[in-house]
Write a new protein. Structure first.
Length: 263
């Protein structure tokens, strides 16, 4: 891949945007590569958790590569490349609603526009203390159309969310933590250790239990509690009849670490 990197170690997949020369901003070709990376993660039963980040120390992702968009728009229509985004949405992820494996955003710098929208899609955000987050699209005559206009009000107090949405202001990492948007803020030198601690705690859990938990939480949050209580969740059905559902109690009774198989 020319614009991103997919690596897997054990049960952990790491997806890195490799366009530091443009602060890891994405153009459609990069988006299509990222879609391939996320498809690989989704289809690999042995991949239990993914970490998304950007190359370098300045930016997680500055969002849409507007310079590329402007340059391509000057070409005659018949010479323009395909400027559409993949089915998965911006970065191949923002329109994914059926991936219930856990994901972590390792925010190593600016997470702006589509960059923040990718981080909002992730389940956990760990940020370096110099990072800044924001949805500055209105300053460019745009909106945060990769579902940022919908996810931010769901993840923040409405007044706080509207304050940032309507002004395009940046949110310093520490302030994002205080607002509950970020799970942990650490110095850049400790960012990898902090992310690995979250990864280790997730991998320590039964993978089917984690997926069942995520599915129930994500799908149930928009349901009345009474409806959520009786809804059918696919991953919970799989967990109930899995070998891991037997292994967990047995390992506890035998006072040993469980040997999860993910089946």
């Amino acid at each position: 891949m020319a614009f991103c990197k997919y690596e897997k170690t054990g049960h952990v997949a790491r997806i890195t945007v490799t366009r530091p020369e443009v602060m890891n901003a994405l153009h459609p070709p990069a988006g299509r590569e990222l879609q391939q990376a996320w498809d690989e993660f989704a289809n690999d039963d042995d991949a239990w958790v993914a970490v998304l980040t950007g190359e370098g120390e300045k930016a997680f992702s500055a969002g849409n590569d507007l310079k590329y968009t402007a340059e391509m728009s000057r070409l005659p229509r018949e010479q323009r490349p395909d400027l559409s985004w993949p089915a998965g949405g911006f970065g191949g992820v923002t329109n994914r609603f059926d991936l219930f494996k856990p994901t972590i955003a390792r925010v190593n710098g600016f997470a702006l526009g589509g960059g923040l929208e990718m981080a909002l899609w992730c389940d956990i955000i760990v940020a370096a203390d110099h990072a800044e987050l924001g949805l500055p699209e209105p300053r460019r005559g745009l909106i945060a159309g990769a579902l940022g206009v919908h996810r931010l009000p769901r993840q923040l107090n409405l007044k706080q969310a509207m304050g940032y949405l309507l002004t395009g202001r940046h949110i310093p990492a520490q302030r994002a933590y205080e607002l509950g948007l970020v799970n942990e803020v650490v110095p850049l030198a400790k960012l990898d250790d902090a992310v690995e601690a979250w990864v280790a705690d997730i991998v320590r859990c039964a993978p089917l239990s984690v997926r069942a938990t995520k599915e129930a939480a994500i799908r149930g949050i928009d349901m009345p509690l009474q409806e959520a209580a009786v809804a059918r969740y696919e991953w919970e059905m799989r967990r109930r009849t899995s070998d891991d559902a037997v292994e967990g109690p047995r390992a506890f009774a035998e006072k040993r670490a469980p040997n999860w198989q993910g089946k």
